[in-house]
Design a binder for this molecule. Structure first.
Ligand SMILES: Cc1ncc(COP(=O)(O)O)c(C=O)c1O
Length: 297
């Protein structure tokens, strides 16, 4: 261990990164049985921390997992993790697993859920260059798990659906994949929501398209409204996606990323469009404001 090592919170204690371990009998590991949040802290303000915590508790409720901390205790644990690591700009991964059980999948065999929090510096997931130049995506042949299945409405540890689509994108030399829902409408990217721009209005798939109701997505709708740009939540066909004036992705990890090519077809002029740039500028301006989150000091 070196003193520069990140300290990771596990069940109330802090462990150096190299020694931050959980049991191989934890059902989070054995079955992906658990829930999580990815959160960002900008300039000492945890962006939309309460909204993330509320979504975590909602996901936990949907899988009947009782988080062994109150929302205030968990909020304090997140802030403490940033503080002990001296971080003011970071990506935070907050995970609650079913806990240690036996080799069967019965959740009743698991005692106490495991809670861990990792906070580290992290650039936008698709890279800073991607934000300037835009990314190329494919439409994946893998359908988003349906709302009657392990839908992303619940932010669970089960990401195999996204991983299969990401592998397909990598194999196609593409930056990411957009997935369709069980009915063939646009759902979301592997770890981000999708917006299209048509005639200066935003359109984004509804929750019924098996998306994760993204916190960045919601914020982007607010930003758009403040700029007089309308947003419609509605089903979007793959052809509408390809023929859109502009396309962009939103998510905590990715932030806002213009999409300039879908399945080999240029979107608009093949470079980030004006509406996308307006939203990105407004996002960068407002994401650091204390009023948009929870200050850590
Ligand atoms: C599958 C998926 N969709 C959408 C999002 C975007 O959600 P949020 O803006 O809350 O980060 C994420 C997470 O970042 C995700 O994993």
């Amino acid at each position: 261990m070196t003193s520069q090592e990140t300290l990771v919170y596990i069940d109330g204690e802090f462990y150096p990164r190299s020694n931050a371990k959980i049991s191989v009998f934890d059902h989070g590991v054995l079955y992906g049985d658990g829930v999580f949040e990815g959160i960002r802290c900008y300039n000492g303000v945890v962006f939309k921390l309460i909204e993330h915590l509320e979504r975590l508790y909602a996901s936990a409720k949907a899988i009947r997992l009782n988080i062994p901390l109150t929302i205030d205790e968990l909020k304090d644990a997140v802030i403490k993790t940033l503080r002990v690591n001296g971080l003011r700009d970071a990506y935070i991964r907050l995970v609650v697993t079913r806990g240690v059980g036996d080799l069967g999948l019965d959740p009743r065999k698991c005692g106490r859920p495991t809670v861990f929090i990792i906070a580290e510096r992290m650039d936008p997931i698709l890279g800073s260059v991607a934000k300037e130049r835009g990314v190329r995506v494919i439409i994946s042949s893998i359908r988003r798990d349906s709302i009657a299945s392990t839908s992303h409405e619940i932010k669970s540890l089960n990401y195999l659906n996204s991983i299969l689509a990401k592998l397909e994108a990598i194999n196609a030399n593409s930056d990411d994949a957009i997935m369709l829902d069980a009915n063939g409408f646009v759902s979301e990217a592997t770890g981000a929501n999708v917006f299209i721009v048509k005639n200066r209005a935003l359109h984004t798939p509804p929750v019924t398209a098996a998306i994760l109701p993204g916190i960045t997505r919601r914020f982007v709708m607010e930003l758009a409204s403040s700029k007089g740009i309308k947003t419609y939540e509605r089903d979007i066909t793959p052809t509408e996606l390809v023929l859109a004036d502009e396309v962009f992705l939103t998510g905590t990890g990715a932030e806002i990323v213009p999409v300039v090519n879908v399945n080999g077809v240029s979107i608009g002029e093949g470079r980030p469009g004006e509406v996308t740039k307006t939203i990105m500028e407004e996002f960068d301006r407002r994401k650091v404001l204390p009023s948009e989150g929870t200050p850590i000091d």
